[in-house]
Write a protein that binds this ligand. Sequence first.
Ligand code: ARG
Length: 594
Amino acid sequence: MIKVIDQLTNLFTTAFVECGYEEKYGVVTISNRPDLCQYQCNGALAAAKQYKKAPIMIANEIVEHCKDNPVLKEITAIMPGFINFSVKEEFLVDYLQSMSVDERLGCEEAKNPDTIVVDYGGPNVAKPLHVGHLRPAIIGESIKRMIRFLGHNVIGDAHLGDWGTQMGLIIAEVRKRQPNLSYFDESYTGEYPSEAPFTISELEEIYPTASEYSKEHPEFREEAKEVVFELQNGHRGYTALWNHIMTVSMNDLKKNYDNLNVHFDVWKKESDAQPYIPGMVTYLKENGYAKISEGALVVDVKEETDTKELPPCMILKSDGASLYATTDLATLVERMELFMPASVIYVVDKRQELHFELVFRCVKKTKLVPKDVNLTFLGFGTMNGKDGKPFKTRDGGVMRLEHLMDSINEEVYKKIMSNREMEEEEAREIAKIVGLAALKYGDLSNQASKDYIFDIDRFTSFEGNTGPYILYTIVRIKSILAKYQEENKAVDVSKLCIKSGNTREYGISEVNLMLECAKFNDMIEHAAYENAPHKLCAYVYDLANAFSTFYHENKIIAEENKEKQQEWIALIKLVLRILSTCIELLGFSAPEKM
Ligand code: ARG
């Protein structure tokens, strides 16, 4: 469906052209003064300079030209040259009717779908998920869903951190504790046990212990390095242990991400990119892109136009070891080979911005990635506690994700129980659904790049700009619909306008609600292509508010004019569908009651 805003722009473009002006002046925007009008066109102000006329004269001409247009309701020229206007209710109702019979709610599906990789997990294997992992998961999942909704082929990649010293530390620590395991017996030739020699909770304790220990014991650190080296060279026992670490850790990660309603399409690992490194290094050397600087292999990525100092992109350390950048470069080579994406979007902590700038510049300069491939770094800010510092547990430790979710669910549970009577088990189930919405909406409603304060009381409130408020609106609409349907079993409620050419009176809150619905297809394109879930949240909140005002001003169930009532029911059914679609795209769902 052509978006309302585009239809109106077309109408004004034609008017400008027919009055002898360039078409570019016909751009229409949503009014920033909804108390005065619904839409506006400011083209006369810009055209005035080119045509050397007073803006108000041009605006008056356009108004005169458009005033009998069947779409427009009121149109006025305002000093110094604004054109303010509103549209007829019939136009809106027709538009919403087409939306409501469209399974995509009026959103065009991409005609030439792109393949887009979203790199948004980045958890490190064998370390518990903590609040730092929350933001990429929540933001990335929503971006993936929105872009997919527009018809693109989106691949969400967890990009597990399974490489480097942490693996060496874990294996060395296991050997310190259980030196007699067959994994460490050089002469052992049989099969290794299929059962891992540790559980997930043991594994989660092993890593921090080993990491602490290595700080004080350089010989242990050396041992761990040695293990990594041998692991990379195919040591049988270490490889078997590494597989155990991966399996135990992945099972736990999957469970955690499932609880967050976050689902990756591929679970690629940093180690998967390692086989691409030797070929890549040869290519960079042979084509003269890489040079040796202070023993290390680097690619210069500075450009003449740079105003800031930029270090080179490090490819290999002086001892030949690879670095974080090496892995990201090789991962891009791998992604080009496997998926040929049109874009890759990285949802990563904004403190890694420089790293990605170097990597992006390096792959473009060296043509490892074709220049028309979009590489986007979406850096997110920190989730802070009420003290404005990064969120911590009460004793100052890093908060585990599970514990954070438990505390939110508990808070929501208490709110539910204080509001109404419910069986404990049912309330707990509902609290889980509502808790997830509180957490995700609390995060997503902030612009990703900004830091924000995690405020459990505010996030779980049933009022204001919160997840629970949005769910509450959905539940309320569902209950009105259920009640109506119970009393009016056979009534057709698919029509927003029962008689054609209907000119009944429409209240302001009803028109506002219709205007909000009509924005959906335009809004979702902006939110998706700008990687901006906060725009989707802002829209959901506006729509929920428009519904609440409408609901409070009209007695839907008690309405005596049956036709009007039917039309209202059709309208709120549409509102429900839009809200449900939006929260699905944000990555959470609504309970049946709350
Ligand atoms: N594992 C990394 C970390 O903990 C994040 C990975 C982000 N993605 C990437 N392609 N580098 O910092």
